[in-house]
Design a binder for this molecule. Structure first.
Ligand code: GLY
Length: 421
């Protein structure tokens, strides 16, 4: 099968590798890919928002299965754009992608279907928001309604922080904002829960816990994710049943109520408190870096799962994850998530000998004159799977130290909740 993958992050490199392992794949194109995907597939220099060029390319190169990695093209309707072709495109359509594209859309579903989540209020202008904040109790969470590239969520400890958040959101920091959302702050522990859906049925695809803050001890600015581990320590079958019954099933019913169905990965971002799940957000894709820890645990053929989903015939009980403990640490450019230098060379990657169950997934890298250059904030994902989290993390840190990239930094404490020091 000729497969296309849209995206250029660590998630897409991990997907690409898993697709490459499938005996069903004959050729893989990554649009646009990175220096890592380039070594196992053919990168294609097309922008992910250029739907016409993507479609023309897929038709010309006879791509049969197209996997969409990031949220933006999904929210912008790339799946609907392919409706007039025979290409199987994996990901939710534009309506269903509103689960990530609009936080208010999701909150309204939660309200209607009694899905456990934080109480919320919607505001349309700065003045009303300010009036509310002046008498509110803190902490509160203030969110931009639309996509904000992993940003646009403020945890506010007092009225001043709340006003700054509202000013930035209505000021257009995350694009034109007609609405913002204020939520109660939920206490508990975060867990990311993944399923894969075929429009009718879905299957569990693992859990993870990521570390979003740039600094050790989960301090400092928010990032796209500095590392994660899988499975989450909170996961058990009773909890899975509650998540499915209280959150996933009613959401898929709500999507059906809108006259459509959900096909694709569904990432359920949760807070777990007293063994009960509360929905924080949905993402209509795999997490990054969660995907880099989960896919190496997957024992199935990923093409088969995705192809079955596209055909609406996902097999029940068919997905198997092994019992290993998987850790991913992200090596970032110094300065990230703020200013960082671009086009810095990374030497020595080829000299690192990876053992079984060790992986390096590229993110912000590109190939220029046979040199690998860092072109993004999150640059490389180092992953190891062993029988315990401590060994996995030690392995990963050894690999990063072997590379010894002078322009990089990473968090040494990824997975601290599951590792006794
Ligand atoms: N790791 C968080 C995300 O993918 O949004």
């Amino acid at each position: 099968m000729i497969v296309g993958i849209i995206g250029s992050g660590g998630r897409e490199h991990a997907i690409c590798k898993k697709i490459k392992e499938s005996p069903k794949s004959s050729q893989i194109f990554c649009i646009p890919g990175n220096a890592g995907t380039n070594s196992i597939a053919q990168n294609v220099d097309i922008k992910i928002n250029d739907f016409k060029s993507i479609k023309d390319f897929c038709l010309k190169r006879k791509i049969e299965l197209l996997i969409v990695g990031p949220e933006q093209p999904l929210v912008d309707g790339i799946v609907d754009y392919f409706n007039d072709t025979k290409i199987k495109i994996f990901g939710p359509n534009k309506i269903s992608s509103q689960l990530e594209g609009s936080k208010i859309f999701t909150k309204k579903i939660c309200e209607k279907y009694n899905i456990p989540t934080a109480d919320f209020k919607i505001f349309q202008n700065f003045e009303d928001t300010k009036d509310f904040l002046n008498t509110a109790e803190f902490p509160l969470v203030i969110k931009a309604d639309g996509l904000a590239a992993g940003k646009g969520v403020y945890i506010c400890k007092n009225v001043n922080e709340g006003i700054v958040a509202a000013e930035e959101i209505f000021g257009g920091k995350f694009g034109i904002a007609k609405n913002l959302l204020i939520e109660n702050f939920l206490t508990g522990e975060e867990m990311s829960y993944f399923v894969v859906c075929d429009g009718e049925n879905y299957q569990f695809l693992g859990t993870a816990q990521d570390h979003k803050r740039v600094g050790e001890g989960d301090l400092g600015k928010n990032t796209g994710g500095m590392g994660c581990y899988s499975p989450s320590r909170l996961f058990n079958q009773q909890l899975a049943k509650k998540i499915n019954d209280k959150i996933v099933n009613p959401t898929l019913t709500a999507i059906k109520g809108l006259g459509t169905t959900y096909k694709g990965f569904l990432y359920v971002g949760l807070i777990i408190k007293d063994d009960n799940p509360y929905l924080v957000e949905f993402n209509v894709r795999m997490g990054d870096p969660e995907c880099q820890t989960i896919l190496p645990l997957l024992e199935n053929d990923l093409i088969e799962i995705i192809d079955d989903c596209c055909q609406g015939k996902l097999k029940k009980g068919g997905i198997k994850l092994n019992n290993k403990k998987s850790i991913c640490i992200v090596l970032c450019s110094k300065g990230y998530p703020e200013q960082y230098e671009k086009n810095v060379q990374i030497d020595g990657l080829k000299n690192i000998l990876l053992k079984k169950n060790q992986y390096i997934f590229h993110a912000g890298t590109k190939l220029e004159n046979n040199n690998i250059l860092a072109c993004g904030g999150r640059v490389l994902n180092f992953v190891s799977l062993t029988d315990d989290f401590k060994n996995s993390r030690n392995d990963v840190i050894k690999l990063i130290n072997q590379l010894n990239w002078k322009n990089g930094f990473y968090r040494k404490d990824i997975g601290y909740r599951v590792i006794d020091l």
